[in-house]
Design a protein around this ligand. Structure first.
Ligand code: NFS
Ligand code: SF4
Length: 648
């Protein structure tokens, strides 16, 4: 394994050196211990689906080409891929299920402190769900919405109703392909069934179900999570905040919320501002209570309250190594098991809060949905009481100018609508016009994780900069958004990196060239924005007609596969970096990266070099511009004076 830089983020290395001095292992050390990682696994060529195995296929064609049951490389890799999509869908959707249940209870008045914050969005969603809203009290509508929303999961027949939000042509295409999802649970279960030994052994057929399941995530589970969270906690609006470990404060009680669900963290925000809690903190010698976040729980409370981000996936262990984290509060997903053990070296209390996700060396405080504030206060109190236990000799906080960076977050698809069109004529028309006249070349969604195989943040930063330099506006979520934030790309000043056309639009509207749209379930905001652009007109009549592309250059989680698959099935060219889980299966990979386009108008791509990746996306965007007859317009603005002179 070559020794490459672990992170491009300057706060990381000094803290990793501290960890080494203190004898603490991190993900980078454990990766070394894993070396060499299994080559069959990396290529998608190993199967453990039954006890006749494990079986593996020789990628060089010399050894075995079939498993004991006769399954080929394509079958094995397709089954594995589909199971990743199922796991990703299940993760997003189990989060969503909890949101629906809490929403319904809140609507029924059973959850003190939670209610309807965004009434407009409630009515809009109700109408999309086919619920009559005229002459009905708000509460009654909310209860009906809650009940209908929960049906997304268990319904057995018909079509998940939010799929009707897609452009008509898209919905018809899904019907023709037989992939309109019936219910989230049903699609997940069907993948588990079909990938059991001896069931579905035809890779096109397996991928069709992976698409159906992933669509149940994007246009079902994830979408309803975003919608109901917005209704309950407020639809995000542009908000100023900060990112990186410099947001931790030496003189305050530091609480980090980590994971994915905003249900509890919303109340931790309230509890951390409670006068009684602040007084308690004072009594322990702390100047205040400082809340910060990691991973998507962080994005949720950033988007709605401006709570600063401590960092993304590969920052979680490093945050503890600062020695100033008094409590790390974890809910579900992307939480490293190592946190519990690392915390043993410091005073930090790791607190799990969801019965689904416990771990050794952590204490568990179950989130009680019938009294969120009480749960939150209990957690905040634990953190405060832990403050005096800090060991000053173990504290090392990055505090130079790179230790935190300002950012603007809070771009829901609704606020983009207002910002572009103005409050009185909210519309996507100005965006469409600017795409048509070529100031904006296209739209890219750059999302996803950190992956230990890639220098932390390097691919996000390089790809996003390359895209905006070529006038592609970037929508970002998840850990990618945090990476962008750390390097100043989420501020209007980032216009300096943008091409002339994009810069002129950003200047006129006053937005950064890279828009933070939230957590990973909020990728559905990108689907909604794309749909709004289609419906506005002038750029074709389906998502697949748009000059747009998606990417996850440092992806690692199974959720990323579900997201990628629903983007592809929604008509989007979707490029992954770092690795791709089917590369050993030639026919399957060819299908996913080429042939599938004729069915869905979107396809997968793999490119490890982020700059080359950006150019593949731009190439796709240009192809779409050409198909729309917009290629001429583009040239007009992209040539600056020097280039014109060269032409002359
Ligand atoms: Ni998305 Fe957000 Fe980050 Fe990856 Fe994990 S936190 S849900 S899965 S690592 S982007
Ligand atoms: Fe081997 Fe087939 Fe069993 Fe997989 S399902 S482990 S390929 S025998």
């Amino acid at each position: 394994m070559e020794d490459k830089k672990r992170s491009i983020d300057p706060v990381v290395e000094p803290l990793l050196e501290k960890a080494a001095r203190e004898g603490i292992k991190t993900a980078w050390d454990r990766l070394k211990e894993q070396d060499p990682q299994c080559g069959f696994g990396q290529l998608g060529l190993c199967c453990r689906h039954c006890s006749n195995g494990p079986c593996r296929i020789d990628p060089f064609g010399e050894g075995p080409q079939e498993g004991v049951c006769g399954a080929t490389a394509d079958t094995i890799a397709a089954r594995h891929f589909a199971r990743m999509a199922a796991a990703g869908t299940a993760a997003h959707s189990d989060h969503a299920r909890q949101v629906c249940a809490t929403f319904l209870e809140a609507a029924e008045g059973k959850v003190p402190g939670y209610g309807v914050k965004d009434e407009m969005k409630l009515y809009e969603l109700a109408m999309d769900l086919g619920i009559e809203v005229a002459n009905k009290p708000k509460q009654e509508i909310a209860i009906e919405v809650g009940k209908k929303a929960i049906q997304i999961f268990g319904s057995q027949e018909g079509e998940i109703f939010l799929t009707k939000r897609a452009p008509i042509k898209r919905l018809e295409l899904w019907r023709k392909q037989g992939v309109v999802p019936r219910g989230v649970d049903r699609e997940v279960v069907e993948i588990m069934h079909r990938t059991h030994i001896g069931v579905d052994q035809e890779y096109h057929n397996i991928i069709q179900q992976a698409a159906r399941c992933s669509l149940a995530d994007g246009w079902g589970g994830s979408m309803i999570a975003t919608e109901l969270q917005d209704i309950m906690f407020g639809t995000p609006e542009p908000i100023l905040s900060k990112v990186n470990l410099g947001v931790l404060k030496e003189d305050q009680v530091n609480i980090i919320v980590h994971g994915h669900e905003p249900l509890l963290s919303e109340m931790i925000v309230v509890a951390s501002r409670d006068p009684e809690m602040l007084a308690l903190a004072k009594s322990k010698g702390a100047a205040g209570i400082n809340l910060a976040g990691i991973c998507c729980t962080a994005n949720e409370v950033l988007m709605r309250h401006g709570i600063p981000l401590a960092g993304n996936f590969l920052h979680q262990e490093i945050a503890l190594i600062t020695g100033v984290v008094d409590a790390l509060v974890a809910d579900v997903q992307c939480v490293m098991q190592s946190l519990g053990e690392i915390a043993q070296c410091y005073h930090t209390k790791v607190i799990t809060t969801n019965y689904r996700a416990k771990m050794p060396f952590a204490s568990h405080i179950q989130f009680d949905e019938s009294n969120p504030l009480e749960s939150a206060k209990k957690i905040v109190r634990t953190a405060i009481e832990n403050f005096p236990n800090r060991d000053p000799r173990k504290i090392q906080l990055p505090n130079d100018k790179d230790a935190s960076c300002e950012l603007i977050a809070g771009f829901s698809h609704e606020t983009i609508n207002y910002l572009l069109g103005g409050t009185f004529r909210a519309s996507y028309k100005p965006l469409n016009d600017n795409i048509i006249n070529g100031r904006i070349r296209g739209i890219a969604g750059v999302v996803g994780c950190n992956n230990i195989h890639t220098t932390q943040d390097i691919a996000h930063l390089a790809m996003v900069r390359e895209l905006i330099k070529h006038d592609v506006i970037v929508l970002t979520t998840g850990c990618s958004a945090m990476a962008c934030g750390k390097f100043g790309l989420l501020t209007p000043e980032a216009m300096q990196y943008a091409g002339d056309g994009l810069r002129s639009v950003c200047e006129a509207v006053g937005i950064p060239p890279v828009l933070h749209m939230g957590s990973c379930v909020d990728n559905t905001r990108i689907l909604m924005a794309a749909t709004a652009v289609v419906k506005e007109g002038g750029l074709g009549d389906d998502i697949s007609d748009l000059p747009a592309a998606g990417a996850a250059p440092e992806w690692m989680s199974e959720k990323a596969i579900a997201i990628g698959m629903y983007f592809v099935a929604s008509g989007v060219y979707t490029l992954f970096g770092t690795n791709f889980p089917t590369l050993g299966a030639k026919n399957l990979t060819k299908y996913l990266m080429e042939e599938i386009e004729s069915a869905y108008g979107g396809k997968w791509a793999f490119e490890n070099d982020p700059i080359k990746g950006a150019h593949k996306m731009i190439e796709h965007i240009d192809k779409k511009r050409k198909a729309l007859g917009l290629d001429k317009a583009k040239e007009r603005v992209l040539y600056d004076m020097a280039m014109r002179r060269d032409l002359g």
